[in-house]
Write a protein that binds this ligand. Structure first.
Ligand code: AMP
Length: 190
């Protein structure tokens, strides 16, 4: 089983690349952002709760997110492994993921970070907002709140994973195919 965390700020291309790599490596793609959007559009209790945060560009509280992620993994234990996209986003989530996988005799095999300069991220998100229908992509204020959340709560995960020796930075600027090729080089070593 191969469990990969695809890491990076909003707009880095995690979702785009996970969709391609899940086919190539026969892994299940779990995006916590997609799961929250699914719950929101289905008006579940979890969706109502997540909406308050997600619509503002803020992170949903850890325990809610951790429970949702674990439930999704538990439903799919027959899979070859997972590509986690947008999870973990805090130290608590990373610790919870390690503990959760360890209890199953598994681990995170690698963290691959897509590195993209901030001005390009903003442009990508605004462009995506024109077609994605995502309200959090259409408003520059909300985009900036998401970057602030990333910079204050998520970016520190590099310091969490790097000493474990399984953190890999990849240049996220280029064509989709170029970036898939760079990510595949790392995937093949994990
Ligand atoms: P994304 O599609 O990954 O950009 O996520 C969209 C929104 O869902 C985020 O702005 C958060 O409000 C929420 N979200 C997604 N993943 C997480 C997570 N791991 N922890 C907390 N909130 C999350």
């Amino acid at each position: 089983m191969k469990n990969i965390v695809l890491f990076g700020p909003p707009g880095a291309g995690k979702g785009t690349q996970a969709t391609i790599l899940k086919e190539k490596y026969e892994l299940m793609h779990i995006s916590t952002g997609d799961l929250f959007r699914y719950h929101k559009s289905n008006h579940t209790e979890l969706g109502q709760l997540a909406k308050k945060y997600a619509d503002e560009g803020k992170l949903v509280p850890d325990q809610v997110t951790i429970d949702m992620l674990e439930e999704e993994v538990n439903k799919n234990l027959d899979k070859n492994g997972f590509i986690f996209d947008g999870y973990p986003r805090t130290i608590s989530q990373a610790e919870a993921l390690d503990k959760f996988l360890e209890a199953k005799g598994k681990k995170v095999n690698g963290i691959i970070a897509l590195e993209v300069p901030q001005d390009l991220l903003e442009a990508r998100l605004l462009e995506r907002g024109e077609t994605s229908g995502r309200s959090d992509d259409m408003n520059i204020e909300k985009i900036r709140i998401r970057f602030q959340e990333y910079n204050t709560k998520t970016a520190v995960l590099k310091d969490y994973y790097f000493p474990k020796g399984n953190y890999h930075g990849v240049n996220g600027v280029g064509s989709i195919e170029e970036i898939t090729a760079r990510l595949s080089e790392v995937f093949d070593t994990l």
